[in-house]
Design a protein around this ligand. Structure first.
Ligand code: SF4
Length: 436
């Protein structure tokens, strides 16, 4: 949909509903998108929405709504590493509100991949799949006293504790929804592509959002960019699984589509505002780094860093992870970036399944060569994420010697990232999955 005033009157409610987002930094853009979905439908545009950060704030928001005689939909959205924390927060809230017409609904990649375990942790319902259509349908069902189990994409436990599900939520056409919640002034990067044609075995994206690309049209992106301009926005960023795939249907980039996007947005924002592409919060696949692609980014975007997905310095590990590129491609991409005036930040995943001492040695060798050539290394530790082909693999573990080498790179300023924290989280996640 295009930006518009969404302040139309809401549908007549027989049961007034308040939506409370259990709002956290890590999942906030998902809540902004869901907020936009509610705002942009005249039937749900006026439902009150609370953005409650932290368990105390969520509890207070629920109390206020219950005291006002409203039904409450508490929305939770989290990634797998946060599941244990979210479960603890829910456990604090449940005893207070059991009798009060309060529904705790979990959505997102983890809940979709592990609905039974998530429900057994105490959530009332799971929203499986993408949330835009589902959240509207769920609010409408609650407002009209319809059975929430009738909503497409809802999963629940029956009286015998067995998982029941009503399909999976319909996938969204990005042009039909705002990229954020404009009426509530909840903004974020504009999602330009959803889904991914690649099948990297550690990644949840193709599982959750589908194995094909869905793109927001250039016209729609530009309308939202122009919507943001009067609000004083100076930085424009995009969300996509693979930046250079904008407009493409398969692995081959469509540079004309990328140029239409970047050139159009640049026309809209003028020379002084900043346009970011191929960098946080998105990245570029190494085989997409070509002189023509770099020329395009240099012409239209302001960033002079690019985030490249590398993942391993071992061709064997890249093959078993089904990354779809080899080590030489990573090195070539990094060298080209430097030649064109970009600092490549190359993502690595330590402890991928099947990684042996020789593979790790190859990864250190590649990292050293990349750093010597002018790159930085962004380190992660492998986590066996629910829904992925590697979900049953052992979590990444770094031995003492490896950790020391990584710390040396880190103190030299060549390596950054959450790899230490992720090693701890990966073990917790694995223990949680093994016991569920
Ligand atoms: S890691 Fe990137 S390229 Fe691979 S499947 Fe996930 S989103 Fe796609």
């Amino acid at each position: 949909m295009a930006p518009r005033d969404t302040g139309e009157a809401g549908a007549r409610e027989s049961s007034p509903v308040t939506v409370v987002w259990a709002y956290r930094r890590t999942g906030k853009f998902a809540f902004h998108v869901l907020t936009g979905a509610l705002e942009s439908d005249p039937r749900t545009a006026d439902v009150p929405i609370e953005f409650s950060n932290g368990v105390t704030a969520v509890g207070e928001a629920i109390d206020r709504a219950v005291a006002a005689g409203r039904r409450v939909l508490v929305g939770w959205s989290f990634y797998s590493p946060d599941f244990a924390l979210m479960t603890r927060e829910l456990a604090e809230l449940l005893p207070r509100h059991r009798a009060g017409g309060v529904l705790h609904v979990a959505g997102g990649v983890h809940a979709t991949a592990e609905p039974a375990a998530t429900l057994r942790a105490g959530f009332d319902l799971i929203a499986t799949g993408e949330g835009e259509h589902l959240i509207r349908d769920l609010v409408l069902a609650l407002q009209s006293d319809a059975d929430p189990h009738s909503v497409q994409g809802i999963a629940w436990l029956d009286a015998a504790g067995e998982l029941r599900r009503n399909g999976r939520a319909a996938r969204a056409n990005l042009d039909e929804f705002p990229p954020f919640g404009p009426r509530h002034r909840r903004f974020g990067p504009i999602e330009i592509t959803r889904g991914c044609v690649y099948a990297c075995r550690f990644c949840q994206t193709p599982y959750f959002a589908g194995a094909s690309f869905r793109h927001r049209s250039v016209a729609n992106v530009r309308e939202w960019v122009r919507f943001l301009l009067p609000g004083g926005f100076r930085d424009f960023r995009f969300l996509t699984p693979t930046s250079m795939s904008y407009g493409a249907t398969g692995p081959e980039p469509d540079l004309a589509a990328v140029e239409a996007l970047l050139g159009g947005v640049r026309d809209d924002i003028g020379p002084d505002r900043k346009l970011w592409f191929g960098t946080f919060p998105s990245e570029v696949r190494p085989e997409h780094v070509t002189p023509a692609a770099l020329e395009l980014i240099r012409r239209y975007a302001d960033n002079r860093t690019l985030i490249l997905g590398g993942q391993s310095g071992s061709d064997r590990v890249l093959r078993t992870s089904e990354r779809g590129h080899d080590v030489a491609t990573i090195e070539r991409a990094a060298a080209l970036c430097v030649e064109f005036g970009f600092v490549p930040h190359v993502d690595f995943l330590f402890g991928l399944p099947g990684e042996e001492a020789a593979d790790l040695e190859a990864t250190f060798g590649l990292m050293d060569r990349l750093v010597a050539a002018g790159a930085k290394v962004h380190g992660h530790t492998f986590m066996p994420l629910p829904g992925t082909p590697f979900r049953k693999a052992a979590p990444g573990v770094l031995d003492t010697a490896t950790r020391k080498r990584l710390l040396r790179l880190s103190s030299a300023g060549a390596l950054y990232g959450q790899w230490q924290q992720q090693e701890r989280t990966a073990s917790e996640l694995f223990r949680g999955q093994s016991s569920s």
